[in-house]
Design a protein around this ligand. Structure first.
Ligand code: NAD
Length: 481
């Protein structure tokens, strides 16, 4: 059951006012299948109103606010998020089926994004450029204007923090469309933004269906930049819709990220990262290490130790803070089961035990470790988005690089080796947006630019780099003689 909330979850926030929509959708707790509440099903008219409210904010108080004041609003918002960590944690646990510890880490990361971008807001600036005699030339960093943010359900708080946080820091006015399976923390964030003193319309939140509210936002001519995180399939639709209006798009899409273990690696250090980076959030992580490439001399040892770790994991309802909770919905569970049909002839070397008393209506799926798996097998190529990893043996460094680069994705890679020279060679050779050497994921990394190449998307969010993406550069050339 939901705790008492300081807002009505069936409403949208537009122009600083909570409003009802013509229709609503049920929000389901994936741990037991119960309906938590109704959320708004925003229509095209709601999207129009949200975009108009954002434009008004830019034309009025929000557009006139100094970078210093914008930063202060964000810093206050970060403080409020920290003060409401317990409620945000509970909402994410119930709404997304995220174990309590992980949900709490996401709430703290959301606060951290607000602090980081609050502090950065007045530190991004243009330059002067030496030019012809008699000229002064300089550049201005300016907001795009109205930015649309379409986010998925797997890490709602972190993704809102990294995209909306950076966009607000640069003075954009945001229209946020959370995923239909994960709206509550987005609405709570909007409630706290009002309390933090953001002017009306600086942040608007319109829950609803992707094909309805999401598509209406992506094709809206009043939107000047789109930030999308989600599947490749939807990313393609968003980019096509944005192309009609010729607006820039940041796409953070999926991955099939490898961790590569060489024979000289410190296996004790690597083991927790190899397993947890695959099973965290029940594998529903874009940068999940879903492929583990292991040099043949240590293959059996690594496989046996990973299998042991799988057997020791605890599955349960998210509220009981297990290692692994349910998937976000029964729809995702059915999708994964269909993809796993391709695994029938593969050796499954470990399955985490399923407790007998799991709620029958919950979206639970048994974590599975497969190996050895041929690198071109669908299970080693397709993003599964669930608690499943494949082990792939290799002999040489060149072979490891070839296998690691051998999918359509390029988001993150991890390398475990004692050799400094090999670390440097692989950091260059791996075709990904991030490479981790003797670690993986680096604990959230608000400061670290993140994004993909290939079908993992384009553009960078997180870190200082995001501030350039959420702004545009104007060159001013003055001839004064
Ligand atoms: P999804 O693409 O189905 O949905 C993501 C968002 O897009 C949701 O808000 C949804 O309502 C909206 N949407 C759906 N159809 C739309 C349409 N036609 N027009 C406009 N908006 C639409 O993805 P998902 O199932 O929610 O998330 C899982 C996927 O997201 C995985 O592939 C995962 O790898 C990816 N992901 C990537 C990152 C990253 O940073 N690279 C982070 C998280 C998730």
């Amino acid at each position: 059951m939901l705790p008492s909330l300081p807002f009505d979850p069936s409403l949208v926030l537009i122009g600083g006012s909570w409003r009802s929509t013509t229709d609503t959708l049920p929000l389901v707790n994936p741990s037991d299948g119960s309906t938590l509440c109704q959320i708004a099903r925003s229509t095209e008219a709601d999207v129009d109103a949200a975009v108009a409210a954002a434009q008004s904010a830019l034309d009025e108080a929000w557009g006139r606010m100094s970078a210093l004041e914008r930063g202060r609003c964000l810093t206050r918002l970060g403080q409020l998020v920290l003060e409401h960590t317990d409620l945000l944690t509970t909402l994410e646990t119930l709404d997304v089926g995220k174990p309590v510890t992980q949900a709490r880490a996401d709430a703290i990361a959301l606060a951290r994004y607000c602090e980081f971008y609050g502090g950065a807001a007045d530190k991004v600036h243009g330059e002067t450029i030496p030019y012809l005699d008699g000229y002064t030339v300089y550049t201005l960093r300016e907001p795009h204007g109205v930015t649309g943010h379409i986010v998925p359900w797997n890490y709602p708080m972190q993704i809102i923090g990294r995209s909306v946080g950076a966009a607000l820091a640069m003075g954009n006015a945001c229209v946020l469309k959370p995923a239909e399976d994960a709206c509550l923390t987005a609405l709570m964030f909007a409630h706290l933004a009002k309390e933090a003193g953001f002017p009306d319309g600086a942040l608007n939140v319109i829950p609803g269906l992707g094909a309805q509210a999401g598509a209406a936002l992506a094709r809206h001519p009043g939107v000047h930049h789109l930030s999308f995180t989600g599947s490749v399939q939807t990313g393609r639709i968003i980019q096509t819709l944005a192309a009609e209006n010729v607006v820039p798009v940041t796409l953070e899409l999926g991955g099939k990220s490898p961790q590569i273990v060489f024979e000289d690696a410190d296996l004790d250090a690597a083991l927790p990262f190899l397993v947890n980076a695959g099973l965290q959030n029940a594998g529903q992580t874009c940068s999940a290490a879903s492929r583990i490439l292991i040099q043949r001399g240590v293959y059996d040892t690594v496989a046996a130790r990973m299998a042991e770790a799988y057997h020791a994991k605890r599955i349960g309802p998210a509220e009981s803070d297990p290692d692994i909770g349910p998937l976000v919905s029964t729809k995702q569970k059915m999708r994964l089961e269909t993809l796993l049909a391709a695994a029938q002839n593969l050796p499954c070397i470990a399955e985490t035990p399923m407790p007998a008393d799991l709620p029958r209506e919950g979206a639970y799926i048994q974590p599975r470790l497969y190996g050895p798996v041929p690198p071109d097998h669908p299970l080693a190529q397709d993003e599964l988005f669930g608690p499943v990893q494949v082990l792939i043996p290799f002999d040489t460094e060149d072979e490891a690089i070839q296998i690691a680069n051998g999918t359509i994705y390029g988001l993150v890679a991890g390398v475990w080796t004692d050799s400094g020279a090999r670390q440097m060679r692989l950091a260059k050779a791996l075709k990904t947006g991030q490479v981790f050497l003797n670690n993986y994921g680096a604990g959230g990394g608000v400061e670290l630019p993140f994004g993909g190449i290939g079908k993992s998307g384009h553009g960078r969010e997180k870190g200082f780099e995001a501030l350039y993406g959420f702004s545009t550069l104007k060159t001013v050339a003055a001839k004064h003689g």
